[in-house]
Design a protein around this ligand. Sequence first.
Ligand SMILES: NC(=O)c1ccc[n+]([C@@H]2O[C@H](COP(=O)([O-])OP(=O)(O)OC[C@H]3O[C@@H](n4cnc5c(N)ncnc54)[C@H](OP(=O)(O)O)[C@@H]3O)[C@@H](O)[C@H]2O)c1
Length: 271
Amino acid sequence: MVKTIPTLCGSIASQPSALEAAMHNAAYAATGIPFTYVAFETENTEEAVAAMRSLGIRGLGVSMPHKIRIMKYLDSVDDTAKRIGAVNTVVNNDGYLTGYNTDWIGAVRALKEKIDIAGKRSVVVGAGGAARAIVYGLLKEQSHVTVYNRTISNGEKLAKEFDISFGGNIENLNVIKDYDILINATSVGFNDVKNSIIPAAILLKDKTVLDVVFIPAQSKFIRDALSKDCIVISGIRMLVHQALYQFELYTGQQAPFEVMEKALTNGINKL
Ligand SMILES: NC(=O)c1ccc[n+]([C@@H]2O[C@H](COP(=O)([O-])OP(=O)(O)OC[C@H]3O[C@@H](n4cnc5c(N)ncnc54)[C@H](OP(=O)(O)O)[C@@H]3O)[C@@H](O)[C@H]2O)c1
C-alpha cells in the first residue's frame, strides 16, 4: 500500500467539522501512535475514494452526503453496515477498502454504560441514518423497538425493513406511556437550544433517554429529561463511543476514552 508519513486518517463531508479531528488527534497524541487526522470538505464521493486509494489514506470517517452512495465505490461493505444501509467509516488495508458503520455501536455502548438493554421497550424517534443504526443496535441487544417519525412513509419503511412496530408520527408521541428507553434520533435540537421533538410531558422519572444531538452539549431534550430525573445519555457519549471504535479499526489499538471525550467537549464548548 502507498504510505504517508505520518499515517493519515480523516473524514469526508460537504460541511466538515473540526470536532472529529480534535478527538482523533488528541487520541494519537496521548497514545504516541504516529497518525494524524484531517477533515476534508468534498461533495465528490467517487473522487474522495480514489484519493484514499492513491494517497494511501488509512481510514476515513464518512458524513453527509456520502454515507449511502459511498458503498458502490468500496471493495466490500461489512454485513452490519449493509443491513443498516449506510457506511460511516472506511478502512484501507493494503489498498482494499472496507466500509463499516460505527454509529450503532456508539449508541449501544453509551446505553450499556448505564442500563441493560435486553428485554427493554425502546421508542426511537426518527427514520434516517442515525435511527437505522440505533434500531439495528437495539434489536441486536434484544430490545423491543417501536419507531415514530414525522414522515409516515419513512417511518413505515424502516419499521417494515427491521420487522418492528411503527407508532405513528410525532403527535402520536403525546400518548405513549409504556417505554423504558426513549431516543431522539432526529436532527431536531441540533444547533438549537430551544426545541425538542420529545414532549416534556412523556418524560418519566427513572426512564432512560438518549439524544443523538451533540451540539449543544445539553440539548433541550436532555435538559427536560434531567429536570424529570430520567437516566440521561447525551449525544456526546454516543459520538465518543463511535469514534473509539473507529480508532480501534484504524490503529488496531485500544482508544483512550477520557482523552477523546475531553477533546470533543472542549471543541463543542468553543463553538
Ligand atoms: N451522536 C452521534 O454519535 C451521532 C451519530 C450520527 C448522527 N448524529 C446526529 O443525528 C441526527 C440525524 O442524523 P441522520 O444521519 O439520521 O439524518 P437523516 O438521515 O437526514 O434523518 C433525519 C431524521 O430527522 C427527522 N427530522 C428532520 N427534521 C425534522 C423536523 N423538523 N421535525 C421532525 N423530524 C425531523 C427526519 O424525518 P423525516 O423522515 O420526516 O424527514 C429523519 O427521521 C443529526 O443531527 C446528526 O448529527 C449523531
